[in-house]
Design a protein around this ligand. Structure first.
Ligand code: AMP
Ligand code: GLY
Length: 383
């Protein structure tokens, strides 16, 4: 396996890495031609939206990732809303607003209870859940200037859940349900982040199959009907409201940090399942055999995250490391001398027969990753 660009933490863990600018599509294709891998898995959304999967497929590579046309499900909230409407997927009511008067009218329509969303990609920072109409107007006017066009959505409430599946055309293989802790601070307070932790599998009042039939399969079928069949992972971010589940967003890639907690639950031959999705041979393969037990992942961040820059600090690792899986993220430096970045530095995943034992294992591992500005939530996996 080769990770490109990867990071020095991965290299320290023994994974081969290759420098790569993911926004440079020609460089991505050159590297794929040079390595001739059995499968290219595209991780982040921006290269997918830019068409990296189309380019690689054109060159004959097996790719897990949708075309640029299909990646609009993640790249444009307005496009996603249109697909949901056509597929009959329940979602929050919404209006598009491109002017101050449209913004105010939309906020009024939902009685001042709204979430504002930038239409395009915003690295998890394009959503503002407004406390009241006044806040929605003032933030919305700033965002109109910044983004040009907004989705003004009815504000919903309820527990959140991440439903993911491998999708190849109309074929769907569900992954375990997971929960992402998006807010920065304990008790789900503070600003939204790229994810402060995760747990899986999630048990909720709906069976996983019901949620897949509600949020994943109709969209897979609708995309095929529209002539842009999906290939890759479809991720639905759901809110379980009093009126039933509602989809808040789609991603066209594995969710982060949900996937880190899925890793210990997925079978060792999961890469073969990904390859089957890439090659269009997912039909009739059945369900994924999953490991029993629970997984909890705690994200260690710089204390200033998600606002402000932090000075790089030397990371010290406890020895021996307690059991678990450590996924490195925002680090620089070199193997053996890692430095923390300003964002999400690493995810410590613990497993156990119960949620509580998994949680304790995750926190033991997180605590053995030390730098002066290290911070994490203390309630991941607790509820
Ligand atoms: P999204 O990127 O659309 O998933 O939004 C990020 C987070 O904002 C979600 O996980 C929710 O916590 C919150 N959010 C998004 N849309 C709404 C909504 N309509 N009502 C309430 N909260 C929302
Ligand atoms: N956990 C949501 C995402 O990956 O964007």
């Amino acid at each position: 396996m080769v990770a490109a660009p990867g990071n020095p933490g991965m290299a320290q863990a023994g994974i081969e890495t290759q420098p790569l600018d993911l926004t440079d599509l020609e460089a991505v294709c050159r590297l794929a031609d040079q390595l001739r891998p059995d499968l290219v898995v595209v991780g982040p959304e921006a290269p997918l939206v830019a068409g990296v999967a189309d380019h690689l497929r054109h060159l004959g590579h097996a790719v897990l990732g949708p075309s640029a046309a299909a990646a609009r499900l993640e790249g444009s909230k307005a496009f996603a809303k249109g697909v949901m409407a056509a597929a009959g997927v329940p979602t929050a009511g919404f209006e598009m607003a491109a002017s101050r008067s449209e913004l105010w009218a939309a906020i009024d329509r939902f009685g001042g209870q709204v979430a504002l969303k930038a239409d395009g990609l915003a690295q998890g920072k394009g959503v503002y859940v407004a406390a009241n109409a006044q806040e929605a107007r003032s933030v919305g006017e700033g965002w109109l200037t910044r983004f040009g066009r907004l989705v003004v959505e009815e504000r919903l409430g309820g527990p959140e859940l991440s439903v993911q599946a491998l999708v190849s055309g109309d074929d769907v293989v569900a992954l375990p349900l997971a929960r992402d802790y998006k807010r920065r601070f304990d008790g789900d307070r503070g600003p939204n982040t790229g994810g402060m932790g995760a747990m899986a599998p999630v048990v909720c009042s709906y069976p996983a199959e019901t949620l897949v039939e509600l949020a994943i399969r109709p969209v897979a079928q609708q995309m095929s009907r529209m002539g842009m069949p999906l290939c890759g992972v479809l991720y639905a971010g759901l809110m379980l409201t009093a009126e039933g589940p509602r989809v808040l967003e789609y991603n066209v890639r594995l969710g982060d940090p949900e996937t880190q907690v899925l890793m210990p639950l997925l079978p060792a031959d999961f890469p073969d399942w990904m390859a089957a999705a890439a090659l269009g041979t997912l039909s009739g393969v059945g369900d994924l055999p999953l490991a029993s037990g629970e997984a909890v992942g705690v994200v260690v961040v710089a204390s200033t995250y998600p606002e402000g820059e932090a000075e790089p600090e030397a990371i010290e690792l406890g020895a021996p490391l307690p059991p678990g899986l450590l996924f490195w993220g925002g680090v620089s430096g070199e193997p053996g001398r890692l430095l923390s970045g300003s964002g999400r530095v690493a995810t410590a995943v613990g497993t156990g027969a119960s949620r509580e034992s998994a949680r304790q294992a995750a926190y033991r591992l997180a605590a053995s990753l030390r730098f002066p500005g290290a911070a994490c939530r203390s309630d991941v996996g607790a509820s």
